[in-house]
Write a protein that binds this ligand. Structure first.
Ligand code: NDP
Length: 253
């Protein structure tokens, strides 16, 4: 199958934010490959114009092989969005090694594997864009040590790859979402691990973000409109990261 449209791979593209990113990039004119570990998905176009590809990003060799197959079948990878991510909620002293390693495997090793596998191919052509998904949790997040650590590492990897490849036609940037109203977020609220009222009180915009708002930022970074941006992390968080003030009982009107 050959494609006229530029190829965009979105890891973890079967659900939540990744799904919205895929829809947005498809609307922008990309042929989107939603690469996700969700079992049972097979190649074939769905109504949204997104091609499914089963992929577990934790296996470095498999990621490289699958990206090679995608290029052989569909064409050169123009855009990679490293979106797949997981988290585990537990205090550092109680974390098991398996919990720590599982998050590092997906959120850091998975991001590196896909970045390297796509980046090498893009460098050969001197053309390509990579967008990594970090998080506001990168600055530290009690009860989520592996998540916060890996999301901070993604910012470092983004800056480094952005600097290494800037003169060679490959741009690497990141989006750090704030609290986004996804199914996973709602599950956290329902399970009592997240307090919606507390979270809202700390967001200057006083609302949760929408997955489509993250997709808008990814669309910008994936496009030529951001052509002079390299290695940056764009916070899309309703002002969460810039408000270090004393929590007010009531915000100024
Ligand atoms: P979801 O869990 O809804 O979606 C993530 C997708 O990634 C799922 O389909 C998941 O599959 C898949 N995935 C998990 N592990 C792997 C793997 N090893 N290989 C391939 N795919 C995998 O998460 P969100 O949409 O909420 O989050 C998307 C990204 O945004 C993540 O990186 C997250 O850390 C980040 N983020 C999210 C925020 C939020 O408020 N939701 C805030 C800040 C950042 P499965 O269902 O099988 O696990």
């Amino acid at each position: 199958m050959s494609a006229q449209r530029p190829i965009a791979i979105v890891t973890g593209g079967a659900a939540g934010i990744g799904w919205e990113i895929g829809r947005r990039l498809a609307a922008d004119g990309h042929l989107v490959v939603a690469a996700d570990r969700v079992p049972g998905l097979t190649a074939g176009e769905n109504p949204a114009g997104i091609v499914w590809r089963e992929l577990d990003v934790t296996d470095h060799a498999v990621v490289d092989r699958v990206f090679g197959e995608i290029e052989a079948e569909l064409g050169p990878i123009a855009v990679l969005v490293n979106n797949a991510g997981i988290q585990r909620h537990r205090g550092i002293e109680d974390l098991t090694w398996d919990e720590w390693a599982a998050v590092v495997d997906v959120n850091l090793h998975g991001v590196f594997s896909a970045l390297q596998a796509a980046g090498r191919r893009m460098l050969e052509r001197g053309d390509g864009v990579i967008v990594n998904i970090s998080s506001i949790s990168a600055r530290g997040s009690a009860g989520r040590a592996p998540y916060a650590t890996t999301k901070a590492a993604v910012i470092g990897l983004t800056a480094t790859a952005g600097a290494e490849w800037a003169a060679r036609g490959v741009r690497v940037n990141a989006v750090a979402p704030g609290y986004i109203d996804t199914g996973v977020f709602r599950q956290g609220v329902d399970a009592g691990t997240l307090s919606l009222d507390t979270i809202l009180s700390r967001i200057p915009a006083q609302r949760l973000g929408q997955a489509s708002e993250i997709a808008d930022a990814v669309s910008f970074l994936a496009s030529d409109r951001s052509r002079y941006m390299n290695g940056q992390t764009l916070y899309v968080d309703g002002g969460f990261m810039v408000d270090y003030g004393v929590p007010l009982a009531k915000r100024p009107e």
